[in-house]
Design a protein around this ligand. Structure first.
Ligand SMILES: Nc1ncnc2c1ncn2[C@@H]1O[C@H](COP(=O)(O)OP(=O)(O)O)[C@@H](O)[C@H]1O
Ligand SMILES: [Mg+2]
Length: 156
């Protein structure tokens, strides 16, 4: 599925819709989302709005320096915890072992959003979602600084 976002607000709205849809369909099965895209693409912006839609009460900040943060989910049935990982500074998944990074992806009732998931591809379960955000070259027809192409694909 492809979506063209024209502003941060647009991306937020799309992220909220996806949060409600994926949790409704998921029924408590772990949801793992690999977020791909360059620095500044909008991965954290997407994650913040996704979390907000699930009733996460704290404003989510990027966990670049701590690698992983977790939040309580309050708004939707069957899901209780959202994990946010940012693997920007990692070369591979070895650094996630002390955090139990490889295990959380199998827990019922959890949602895991991973920025720079390409770097820890081996911890992703076979079933996961890939959300790729890219910033098309400015100057093409209809493309501004705020344009983003967002694609969602299911890997299974
Ligand atoms: N359509 C858009 N969607 C998301 N972010 C956008 C968009 N247009 C501009 N931006 C800006 O781009 C930046 C994205 O930052 P961030 O979400 O931290 O990216 P990443 O986590 O991918 O590095 C923010 O400053 C945001 O306001
Ligand atoms: Mg980020």
């Amino acid at each position: 599925m492809q979506y063209i976002s024209h502003s941060p607000e647009d991306t937020q709205k799309f992220a909220k819709e996806q949060a409600l849809e994926l949790t409704r369909e998921g029924g408590g099965k772990p949801i793992v989302i690999a977020l791909e895209g360059e620095l500044g693409a909008g991965k954290t912006t997407f994650t913040q709005a996704f979390a907000e839609a699930l009733g996460v009460q704290k404003h989510l900040k990027s966990p670049t320096f701590v690698l992983m943060k977790h939040y309580g989910i309050h708004n939707v049935p069957n899901y209780h915890t959202l994990y946010h990982l940012d693997c920007y500074r990692l070369n591979n998944s070895v650094d996630l072992i002390p955090l139990g990074g490889g295990d959380i992806v199998h827990l019922r009732g959890t949602i895991i959003l991973i920025e720079w998931a390409e770097r820890v591809a081996d911890i992703l379960p076979k079933n996961h979602w890939i959300i790729h955000i890219d910033h098309p070259p400015v100057g093409r027809a209809g493309v501004s600084e705020q344009t983003r192409n967002i694609s969602i694909t299911e890997n299974n």
